[in-house]
Ligand binder design. Structure first.
Ligand code: FAD
Length: 305
């Protein structure tokens, strides 16, 4: 049953008509639990609260699968606004963004143009930028874009998904770029031809790539709410003399907030991914897919109204 619900929400996450409708009607159905608001001002207030609790942040202006140049350029402008807000308000925050929001599906020229504008602004404001990883169909193109940009900038990193078979080889290929990587399980619906269908295999591969990246001496963000993965990372780092300054933990806004504070108090850098904006629908559906129990929470909220 859980698998059916997961597939159902991942299917819904890609529905363009629902995405458009959701943009018009504002944060609904409990999405505010996972999304920090629709405006940069709302996001800034949330970040200030998180920073005051000892948590670092990566902010994300929500958007994906953009199919026209004007919208992609507008998305880049919004990310630059976010970078300027980080600088102006002296926030402890990085920036995250998706290549399909910058024009990956339009042309390489569009996406590179937008990314260079963003990375220049980020450099000026001392902000690190992480390129989120999207579905398998965009993985190779995203890595090519990352490699190009990494050769020009030192303030850019990307994400590697443990559920893909190709991941171990990607880590080897990326090593020359000394990348700062966020490692995750993977949030999209992928076929068994390209991704491990069993959670057990994903978890094993996740541990393997965390160890690889830490052992290589590169900065590692372990982005997971899974206690086994967190414990494994801590133990591996302790046993191999890897300092806390070489890695961090990351979690999503609204998920296990007390645990986030605890890890921060234990002396680890704990970074919270804070999304905001009107394009919340696909992001929200993926959060429901990760934990169908969230649906019960949403239904309760709707019945109360
Ligand atoms: P799971 O085994 O899925 O979850 C472990 C436990 O965490 C669950 O039992 C539950 O208690 C809790 N939990 C997990 N998800 C939820 C939820 N939605 N609601 C409530 N509780 C939950 N994926 C990508 O494909 N590309 C990216 O660029 C990307 N960036 C990310 C950035 C950050 C900071 C994080 C934390 C995740 C990101 N992800 C990304 C999502 C990731 O791939 C997983 O889908 C997600 O983190 C769930 O996996 P998990 O490691 O938490 O483990």
């Amino acid at each position: 049953m859980e698998k059916i619900m997961k597939d159902f929400f991942l299917f819904l996450s890609k529905n363009r008509s629902l995405t458009r409708a959701a943009k018009k009607y504002g944060l609904k159905f409990g999405a505010a639990r996972f999304v920090a608001g629709e405006t940069i001002d709302q996001a800034v207030s949330v970040i200030k609260e998180l920073n005051a609790k000892g948590l670092a942040v990566t902010i994300d202006y929500l958007g994906e699968f953009v199919d026209n140049e004007a919208e992609a350029n507008e998305m880049a402008d919004q990310s630059i606004e976010a970078i300027k807000a980080i600088g102006r308000e002296k926030l402890d925050s990085q920036l995250s963004l998706k290549m399909t929001s910058m024009g990956l599906d339009i042309s390489e020229q569009t996406v590179l143009g937008n990314m260079r504008r963003i990375l220049d602004a980020a450099k000026e404001n001392n902000v690190f930028v992480t390129i989120d990883m999207e579905d398998y169909a965009r993985c190779e193109k995203t890595l090519q874009i990352f490699k190009k940009l990494r050769s020009e900038y030192d303030n850019v990193g990307t994400v590697i998904q443990a559920y893909l078979y190709r991941t171990e080889q990607d880590m080897i290929d990326l090593s020359d770029y000394e990348p700062n990587l966020r490692l995750v399980k993977g949030a999209y619906k992928e076929s068994p031809e390209v991704a491990f269908p069993d959670k057990k295999d994903v978890d094993e591969n996740f541990k393997k790539i965390i160890e690889m990246h830490l052992r290589n001496g590169h900065y590692t963000a372990v982005a997971s709410h899974d206690e086994n993965i967190i414990a494994h990372t801590k133990t591996f780092a302790e046993q191999n003399g890897i300092p806390k300054s070489q890695f961090e933990f990351q979690m999503l806004y609204g998920i296990m907030p007390e645990r986030q504070i605890e890890l921060g108090k234990e002396g680890y850098t704990m970074r919270v991914y804070v999304p905001y904006g009107t394009d919340w629908y696909g992001y929200f559906m993926r959060r429901l897919a990760e934990r169908p129990a969230n649906v019960a929470f949403i239904l309760k909220g709707m019945l109360k109204k």
